[in-house]
Design a protein around this ligand. Structure first.
Ligand SMILES: Cc1cc2nc3c(=O)[nH]c(=O)nc-3n(C[C@H](O)[C@H](O)[C@H](O)COP(=O)(O)O)c2cc1C
Length: 183
């Protein structure tokens, strides 16, 4: 395959989200055969199983974007030692109706940043558990628990020098993983 379209799912709706910034800057470390699109999850209704037979347009859109992608990139904050509800809501929506999940078999990477020293480690671990349940093939190593400190991003919105080597290695391994598992 010569082109890889990656659906990026950011677990924060906040305007100045550090995780959205991370998502936007880390993709600049990918090769040109990879293109990335942040999918919208802010307009999804709260998941209700009663609606499975009649999914909202925003849910159909999300599912089409996931289905059309060769890979996934989750970039999430940690809320109370887990993933934000908005992210779980999106995952649940696109996993249904039963037997018609958009996620199955997609290769994925998981990243996250927080001002705290644990750098979303617990949220990422919770997310990995969920991704196993929906058949997503998640890159195991390297892990990337990123503390959001001064200098993580430069003025131009790139990954700052202090984290560049580490995240370039992460991206290189992610690219290999997606190429290996993309359908
Ligand atoms: C409801 C809530 C719970 C939070 N819980 C945690 C937590 O468990 N661990 C952590 O490191 N930071 C926690 N934080 C702080 C977030 O890491 C911080 O707000 C971060 O900037 C959120 O990501 P964002 O900038 O992408 O929106 C929490 C923030 C909120 C709003």
């Amino acid at each position: 395959m010569s082109q890889y379209q990656i659906a990026v799912i950011v677990g924060s709706l906040r305007k100045d989200s550090l995780n959205r910034k991370l998502a936007s800057s880390v993709v600049k470390l990918a090769p040109s055969e990879f293109s990335f699109k942040q999918v919208q999850i802010s307009d999804l209704p709260l998941y209700n199983q009663d609606d499975d037979a009649n999914q909202a347009e925003s849910v159909k859109r999300l599912k089409n974007e996931i289905k059309g992608a060769q890979g996934l990139l989750f970039v999430t904050p940690e809320y109370n030692r887990s993933i934000p509800g908005v992210l779980k809501n999106a995952i649940d929506h696109a996993s249904r109706p039963y037997g018609q999940s958009a996620w199955s078999g997609k290769p994925a990477g998981v990243l996250g940043t927080s001002p705290g020293a644990t750098g979303t480690a617990m949220a990422q671990q919770h997310l990995r558990n969920v991704l196993v349940a929906i058949g997503v093939l998640t890159l195991g190593q390297p892990e990337a628990f990123i503390q959001a400190r001064e200098g993580l991003f430069d003025e131009a919105g790139n990954i700052g020098e202090g984290s560049k080597k580490f995240l370039q290695n992460w991206m290189d391994q992610y690219v290999v993983w997606v190429k290996k598992h993309a359908a």
